[in-house]
Design a protein around this ligand. Structure first.
Ligand SMILES: NC(=O)c1ccc[n+]([C@@H]2O[C@H](COP(=O)([O-])OP(=O)(O)OC[C@H]3O[C@@H](n4cnc5c(N)ncnc54)[C@H](OP(=O)(O)O)[C@@H]3O)[C@@H](O)[C@H]2O)c1
Length: 290
C-alpha cells in the first residue's frame, strides 16, 4: 500500500500538453509503491508559453524529477544546466533531474527501444535495421541503434528529414541511408533487413486499420517492432504475427524508457514487471499518451 503523503514525500511529475491520458503516473507510482519509496508521481498540463515558468516553478518547489512529453521535449533543453550526450545530439530531453536546483537532462526514448529489443531476445550486432519515420522518436531510436547495428536505413514521407538524420549519424562510421518512404522503397529495403521498426504514427488509434507495410512483404525471420502503443496490437503487429515474425509492441518501448527515467531519478533498479502490469491495466482505457 502507498505510504501516506507527508512533508517528506518527494514529488515527480510529467509535463506536456495535452496530458490527461498520460500513463506515466500509473507506471511510476506502482514502482514507487512496490519499492516502498516515499515518492509520488503526478502530471501537469503545461502550455508552451508557460513552459519556462513551469520548469522554474518545479525547481523552486523542489520537484525531484520531471518527465517531459509533447510538445516540450526540444524547447525544455534551453532550461537545462547540464545535458547528457543524447540530449546534445538530439536537441530533445524527456527526463530531468533536479539536483538541488541544478537541472540535468536526459533522453531515454532511444534507450527504451534498445532495451525493449534486447530484453525480447533480439540481437543487433551485424544486423540491418529499417526504420520508418524521421520524427523525434525515430531520431532518438537511430541514435541509440547506431552504436549496435551494422546498417541502418531510415525512410520518411518527408525524405529531407530522413537524409538529415542519416547525415548527422555519419560520424558513427556505419552504413546509414535516408530515403523516401514509398511502398516500393519499403519493399526493396525489407528484402535484406533483419529488423523493422515503425516509428511513424501510422496505425495509431483511431486509424487502427492502417499500416505502411504490405503483409506480403513480412517474413518469418524478420523482427518487427511498432512503437505505436495505442492500440497495443497495431495492424503491423497483427500482420507480422500472421507472417510468423517475432514482434515487439510499443508498450515495451514505453516501459523501458520509463524504467530508464526511473533509474536515473531513484538510482534503484526499476521493477519492470510491476511497471508493465500497471501500464497494461491502464491501457485498457483508449486514447492514452505517455
Ligand atoms: N512507445 C513509446 O514509448 C513511444 C515514444 C514516443 C513516441 N511514440 C509514438 O511514436 C509515434 C511517432 O512519435 P514522434 O514523437 O516521433 O512524432 P513526430 O515527431 O510528430 O513524427 C511523426 C512521424 O510519423 C510520420 N508520419 C505521420 N503520418 C504519416 C503517414 N500518414 N504516412 C507516413 N508517415 C507518417 C511523420 O512523417 P513526416 O515527417 O513526413 O511528417 C514523422 O516521421 C507516435 O505515434 C507516438 O505516439 C511512442
Amino acid at each position: 500500500m502507498r505510504m501516506a503523503i507527508s512533508g517528506r514525500t518527494e514529488v515527480f511529475a510529467v509535463i506536456g500538453d495535452p496530458i490527461e491520458h498520460t500513463l506515466s503516473p500509473a507506471m511510476h507510482n506502482a514502482a514507487f509503491e512496490y519499492l516502498g519509496l516515499d515518492f509520488v508521481f503526478t502530471a501537469f498540463r503545461v502550455t508552451s508559453d508557460e513552459l519556462e515558468n513551469a520548469v522554474r516553478g518545479a525547481c523552486a518547489l523542489g520537484i525531484r524529477g520531471l518527465n517531459v512529453t509533447m510538445p516540450h521535449k526540444s524547447s525544455v533543453t534551453e532550461f537545462l544546466d547540464w545535458a547528457d550526450p543524447s540530449v546534445k545530439f538530439l536537441g530533445a530531453a524527456n527526463t530531468i533531474v533536479n539536483e538541488r536546483g541544478r537541472l540535468r537532462g536526459f533522453n531515454t526514448d532511444g534507450i527504451g527501444v534498445l532495451k525493449a529489443l534486447k530484453n525480447n531476445g533480439i540481437t543487433l550486432t551485424g544486423k540491418k535495421v529499417l526504420v520508418l519515420g524521421a520524427g523525434g522518436a525515430a531520431k532518438a531510436i537511430a541514435f541509440s541503434l547506431m552504436k549496435e547495428v551494422d546498417e541502418l536505413c531510415i525512410l520518411n514521407r518527408d525524405a529531407t528529414k530522413a537524409r538529415e538524420i542519416a547525415s548527422a549519424m555519419k560520424p558513427f562510421g556505419k552504413i546509414i541511408e535516408g530515403n523516401n518512404l514509398t511502398p516500393q522503397q519499403i519493399q526493396v529495403e525489407l528484402q535484406d533487413s533483419d529488423v523493422l521498426i515503425n516509428a511513424t504514427s501510422v496505425g495509431m488509434a483511431p486509424c487502427t486499420s492502417e499500416s505502411l507495410v504490405h503483409p506480403a512483404w513480412l517474413k518469418p525471420d524478420l523482427r518487427v517492432m511498432d512503437i505505436v502503443y495505442n492500440p497495443i496490437e497495431t495492424k503491423l503487429i497483427r500482420d507480422a504475427k500472421t507472417a510468423g515474425a517475432k514482434v515487439i509492441n510499443g508498450l515495451e518501448m514505453l516501459l523501458y524508457q520509463g524504467a530508464a527515467s526511473f533509474e536515473i531519478w531513484t538510482q534503484c533498479k526499476a521493477p519492470i514487471d510491476v511497471m508493465r502490469s500497471a501500464l497494461l491495466s491502464r491501457l485498457s482505457c483508449a486514447g492514452a499518451t505517455v
